[in-house]
Design a protein around this ligand. Structure first.
Ligand SMILES: [Zn+2]
Length: 247
């Protein structure tokens, strides 16, 4: 006879899963995802076989929890002076995002934090396309410079870049900064079209359009700390579904 399983667990039948797997949520909820078509008579055996692994993961949880980043309830896009309330709805299926006025509703399997985060990031990226592209075009016109292409990314650790081929890349997270700092970054990148360096000539040209650039550079560093972690880091490290073992 099999011994009792030393942790709480739930069985979830899945039509999509090809193989059984165990997932552990950040809150320590253990789920056995079982392919719909597979006979359930091996369930106890599978759990026993993986007990040591599950206990090890559960043991490691408190450490990971400190790094957890909660899904936001408010998103402030200072750059475009918009604040959104975020609502969540726990439903089966792929994530959907509905935007209505200043309110966002995310529907999906809320345990899948990474999918949730990806959905939000995609939304921010779309906002970047919508607002940063025309913004850059306007500032470029004002400065009398021309670039080739612009790409909107959510790259870590940099606000923008400009290549020798005159392609500009902007971080969609710029929208979380106040508009004068977005402008500061745009001017910086556009000035690289003339100077692909940070020489004194570069800064002289920056100053023509951004006389307060020194102060703005300092402010940019301060505001960078306020960019929501879910945009720049993984959120809910060890989030539901991340700790998976194929069995
Ligand atoms: Zn630069």
């Amino acid at each position: 006879m099999l011994q009792a399983i030393p942790f709480d667990w739930q069985l979830r039948l899945s039509k999509r899963a090809k193989r059984p797997r165990i997932t552990i949520s950040s809150r320590g909820k253990v789920e056995l995802v079982w392919p719909h078509r597979l006979s359930q008579r091996h369930v106890p055996h599978m759990l026993h076989e993986h007990t040591a692994w599950v206990l090890k993961q559960l043991d490691a949880l408190p450490k990971q929890k400190q790094q957890n980043i909660k899904p936001p309830h408010v998103i402030a896009l200072l750059g475009i002076k918009q604040t959104y309330d975020v609502h969540y709805s726990d439903v089966k299926g792929r994530f959907q995002l509905a935007e209505y006025d200043a309110s966002l509703t995310l529907s999906g399997d809320l345990r899948d934090r990474e999918a949730l985060r990806q959905t939000l990031m995609k939304w921010v990226k779309n906002k970047g396309h919508e607002h940063l592209k025309p913004w850059l075009a306007n500032v470029a016109q004002e400065m009398g410079v021309a670039y080739q292409q612009v790409s909107i990314r959510l790259q870590k650790g940099r606000w923008g870049s400009c290549s020798a081929k005159k392609n500009i890349s902007l971080n969609a997270a710029l929208l979380c900064l106040p508009d004068f700092l977005v402008r500061h970054v745009l001017i910086h990148e556009l000035t690289h079209l003339k100077h692909l360096n940070h020489s004194s000539h570069f800064w002289q040209d920056v100053a023509l359009f951004d006389p307060d650039f020194k102060k703005n550079r300092w402010l940019l560093k301060q505001y960078t700390k306020d960019v929501p972690p879910w945009l720049t880091q993984q959120f809910d490290v060890g989030f539901d579904g991340a700790l998976e073992e194929d069995i």
